[in-house]
Design a protein around this ligand. Sequence first.
Ligand SMILES: Cc1cc2nc3c(=O)[nH]c(=O)nc-3n(C[C@H](O)[C@H](O)[C@H](O)COP(=O)(O)OP(=O)(O)OC[C@H]3O[C@@H](n4cnc5c(N)ncnc54)[C@H](O)[C@@H]3O)c2cc1C
Length: 434
Amino acid sequence: MLSKLPTVVIGAGPVGLAAAAHLNAYNQRFLILEKGGNAGSNILEWGHVQLFSPWEFNIDESAKKLLHQTDWNEPDAQKLPTGEELVTEYLKPLANLPQIKENLVYNAEVLTITKKNIDKMKSASREELPFVLYVLINNTVEKIEARAVIDATGTWNNPNPPFADGVWRTDGLNKKLHTHIPDFSKAEELFKNKHVAVIGSGHSALNSLNDLNELKDKYPATNISWIVRKQHAQEAFGGEKNDELAARGKLGSTTHQLVDNGQINVHSNFYVEEINEHDGSFEIQSSEGFTISEVDEIIVNTGARPDFSFLNEMRLDVSPIVESTKELAPLIDPNLHSCGTVRPHGEKELRQSEKGFYIVGVKSYGRAPTFLMTTGYEQVRSISAYLSGDYEEAKKVKLKLPETGVCQVNPSPRQLPLSGSESKGGCRSKRNSC
Ligand SMILES: Cc1cc2nc3c(=O)[nH]c(=O)nc-3n(C[C@H](O)[C@H](O)[C@H](O)COP(=O)(O)OP(=O)(O)OC[C@H]3O[C@@H](n4cnc5c(N)ncnc54)[C@H](O)[C@@H]3O)c2cc1C
């Protein structure tokens, strides 16, 4: 009975679609449920951003085999696509293949997942019972049964707050902040000649800073403040020339130059405690009592976190720190190492207490940064093999990841000189604008 049910894949992003391609290769029944109206819905929201991984790392092998059976033009392996190109040149053609399309439902939002007729507390026969997904389709909630569930829903819709304590305030401030990388070519009027603060130190923050600096070249009165919790901004630059992904390294190097040339005011070791609005401008306060005032726009690029709200009835093994699976946590916890490169992994590391349920893709990393699509493709290759009974294939590791060029175990605060316009904190006086 269970074996006749499909494996349900939640999310038609790159990793969800790759899971479908692998299950298809094993002749397994599958159904993809996608909240949005398109494949790659989340990616389309940052479609203007250029990826730092070239095409050779962005296409899943099983998906490629399927696409090569059609007249699909494989993109140049060395080129860097934008988010939009990733969707139009790869994800859409993949989702439109008959093998995938007839098993994909758009505008289908998974609201919750449980086991048939039992709740989380009941253990007897649990593994033999189907999963039941409550899915909102065309304003109606439908129940869909599955033999296994692969959650590839990403983290995009759950951005981290700017505040160091990790809590979003309930005062409506979130609507006034930019939580993504703005498309400055479309939002010039909003940002030109303004004082813009960027909070965060990951690749999205570096992207925002570089794009903002291009705007500053055109409108020199644009003033850029960069707020980081790190002791020194240098820690955010990554491996630079040593990074095996050249474009990722370059993002660090160009930001390094901007800081050294004083084009960006850096406030390191700055833990944001409050943001207040006065007469249309913001004042950002740190827990140490420093203040950055007269800020017109705030870009919050502090990463994202997984949404577990629809998984309440699932028995999860989640790291209390990183919110990834427990096995994966020591490999990606930034408190333990700074490598950024995570050894490839598969079904075993992603196994949950709920047999047959997996969290994959960027959500599998929990709150940890530096996820690469190619890691997700390896995850779902292994899980699909396991679900199809090919345990040998599931155990194999078939991926070599490009190194970031930085790897430090047990990172401790580094004694680096301050860079360019870097200052500790901001201004002590609330009246000072800096
Ligand atoms: C600006 C930016 C640049 C990046 N650059 C790179 C890069 O260069 N290289 C790289 O490898 N990675 C990059 N990444 C990381 C990249 O986002 C991921 O590698 C990739 O998008 C993860 O794919 P995913 O399938 O796990 O999740 P997503 O792409 O987020 O897909 C999740 C899908 O699930 C759907 N969904 C969500 N909730 C539900 C629900 N309840 N029910 C049904 N469907 C749902 C969403 O609509 C979405 O379509 C970048 C990320 C960002 C934000």
